[in-house]
Each structure stands twice: as C-alpha cells, then as structure tokens.
Design a binder for this molecule. Structure first.
Ligand SMILES: C[S@@+](CC[C@H](N)C(=O)[O-])C[C@H]1O[C@@H](n2cnc3c(N)ncnc32)[C@H](O)[C@@H]1O
Length: 355
C-alpha cells in the first residue's frame, strides 16, 4: 500500500488540531458561562455515544472528499491550508472579550440589539437581529472582524471544507463555457459575508470574473481587506439585499449562495431563489449550500435542534423542514441534484434554455 504523502498527513493533522481546538474552546466557554452567567444557559438535547460516533464518521468522510477533490485538481492543495492564521491568532482574544456581552444578551433574551447609528430603513426587519447572539448582528466592523474565527470554532474547523463542496459542481456546470477559447464567465456569490467562498472560487477558477453581494457593508469591507491581501484576487463587491439584486437579468453564468437560506423567513427564501433564477443566463448553474435538513439527515436531528436552541437562529427550525427542491423546481430550475456533507447540504440546479 502506498504511503500517504506528507501533505496529506499535514492536512489531516491540521483538521484534527482544529477539531480539538474547537471542542476545547466550546467546553471551556460553556463551563465558564455556567459559572459566570448560569441564567444564560439553555436546556439542550443530550448527545449520546452513538450520535458522537456518527458525527465523527461524517466529519472523516468530509475530510476524505476534501482531500480527494484537491488531488483531482478541482482546487489546489494549498486551499486545504488557506487561512489568515496570524490574523486569527491576533483576533482570538477578541472572541473571549466578546463572550460576556453575548451571555448578557442571552440572559435578557435580547435578540435585537444592533448599533444605534444604523439606518434601519436600509434593511429588512428580519435582518436587524443578533443572529447567533452575535454582538451588533452583522452590522459592525467588530462583528465582521471575528466572524470567520467564530464560525471556524463553531464547526470545529470544518467550515471551509464544507464551503469547498460547492466547487466541484460549480466547475462541472461551467465546463460548457470554460472549455471554449477566450471564454468570459461571470460568477456571483450571494451573501458572500467575509469573502471566504469568493477566495475558494478564485482558486478553483482563476479566470472567471467574480462578484460578491451582501447586505452588510462591514462584512464586505472585511471581504475586501481579505481578498486584496491576496495578489490577483480582483473581485467586485456590492452591498444589496439578495431579494432585490441591482444586476440585469440573464447576466451571470453561475451563482453561488452559501449559508444564507437558514437565516431568512420563508418568503425571503423564495425571493432570493427567484432572484438567482432571474440573474442567471439560460443554461447557467446555481449552486446552493446550507445546513442539512431533517428530510436528508434525520440522524442529526438533535444537533439541528440544539443549534437553534443554543444560538439565536430565528428561522432555522422552519428552514430544516422546508422543501428546497420544490422551491427550486417551482421557480423553474431543472437538472436538480443534492448531496449532504457533514452539516451542509449542497444543491445544484440549472436554468433551462427555452426553445
Ligand atoms: C451565515 S452568514 C454566511 C456568509 C458566507 N456566505 C459564509 O460562508 O460565511 C450570512 C450572510 O448573509 C448575509 N445576509 C443575510 N440576509 C441577507 C440578505 N437579505 N441579502 C444579502 N445578504 C444577506 C449576512 O450579512 C451574512 O453575511
């Protein structure tokens, strides 16, 4: 049997390190909260040994796919190690300093504490909340600064491997364009946040013209900072509501959207899917990634339930029961397929070419 390469060993060691660090951080912070702010704690569903085993297996499967697709050249192996490590090390104390504020809000059951200088009329009402009890919601530079690290900790280092699952279907879907000489392909990432998905797309498809959209100016600023620190990653960033995007119809060959739908009420969820359909040129591909749902991952139902019990996720319990396949079909998408990877489900759909 061939020996695993050093890169493969390093990748698995890194993932294991991130998992252990994530678990340790959560254990310590939960214990601290129980002592310092017991009123902020929530009753959770117990996670039994069998489920822990399932979670471990599912994480290992995700790692194997992540490695395999890098080996196949879907993205460079350097992506497996991509993170602003020094930045994160510097920001880690901020995550701890922020925690007592989070506990205080949990205690008061306060979920709508957003910065006073925000012009509320610029945002839909559902957006003006402290998603995940996050200080300032999505509406400050402080929040944008620590978001990536918080997500990394929350998912025990699997956030980027889960995001990367959009790259294979995206690349396959765009082959019809990228196989041609001098092709011009425009890809839009909806709810791009701090730009990690954009960076991943750029590494897998360096020639495409990239656009990112988000409703948070602070998150876009953070995305711009991150992307401009990397040579050659030129991306156009737009502040707008994904329900009403300021681009003309049929103007993109691909649209991606990662971890947005579970944060939207039903009507907004459908509006965003409708917008993605409108923006795509016929033949274009839509790749959507979000949380797993009850229908495809019922074995993880207690994890899903704990997620919205522990973190403020006002639309999650509705999202996990929502039929996204039907929504996509109803909108007009065809050639639907979907697959789950650990805590993320990835849908691929095509806007048909009408005759
Ligand atoms: C959970 S984060 C996901 C960010 C990013 N895609 C990622 O993978 O980390 C949700 C993002 O959706 C954005 N968002 C929420 N509602 C939105 C809307 N109606 N229009 C545009 N962006 C929205 C938030 O500002 C935030 O950046």
């Amino acid at each position: 049997m061939a020996r695993p390469s050093l890169t493969k060993i390093a990748y698995h060691a890194l993932q294991q390190g991130k998992t252990l660090a994530g678990i340790a951080h959560k254990e310590i912070s939960t214990k601290l909260m129980e002592v310092m702010a017991p009123e902020a704690t929530t009753k959770k569903f117990p996670i039994n040994k069998e489920l822990i085993k399932e979670v471990r297996q599912s994480m290992s499967k995700l790692e194997r796919i992540d490695w395999k697709e890098a080996e196949e050249g879907i993205y460079p192996k350097s992506q497996l190690f991509e993170a602003p490590w020094l930045e994160w090390a510097k920001k880690y104390p901020l995550v701890w300093f922020d925690m007592p504020l989070t506990w205080e809000r949990r205690k008061r059951k306060e979920t709508r504490e957003i910065p006073k200088n925000i012009n509320q009329e610029e945002y839909p009402n559902y957006y003006l909340q402290n998603f995940h009890h996050q200080t300032d919601g999505y509406l400050s530079e402080h929040s944008a600064k620590i978001y990536d690290l918080q997500v990394e900790i929350l998912f025990n280092g699997t956030a980027d491997p889960m995001r990367r699952r959009i790259l294979a279907p995206l690349k396959r879907g765009l082959k019809q364009y990228t196989d041609k000489d001098n092709y011009k392909v425009k890809v839009l990432d909806i709810a791009t946040g701090t730009g990690r998905t954009l960076q991943q797309i750029k590494s897998a498809l360096p020639e495409v013209e990239l656009y990112g959209l988000d409703l948070s100016g602070s998150y876009l600023k953070q995305a711009s900072k991150y992307l401009s620190s990397r040579r050659g990653d030129v991306v156009q960033l737009v502040k707008a509501n994904a329900e009403n995007v300021p681009f003309s119809s049929n103007s993109f060959q691909a649209i991606t959207c990662v971890f947005l739908l579970h944060e939207l009420p039903r009507n907004a969820r459908q509006n965003v899917i409708n917008e993605c359909f409108r923006l795509l040129e016929p033949g274009g591909i839509f790749v959507l990634a979000d949380s797993i749902q009850i229908a495809d991952s019922s074995k993880f139902i207690s994890i899903m339930d704990n997620f919205h019990k522990i973190f403020h996720e006002p639309f999650y319990s509705d999202y996990i029961k929502d039929d996204i396949d039907s929504r996509l079909k109803k909108t007009g998408f065809t050639s639907l397929s979907a697959e789950s990877y650990f805590m993320t489900r990835v849908w691929k759909a095509i806007k048909p070419i009408s005759d």
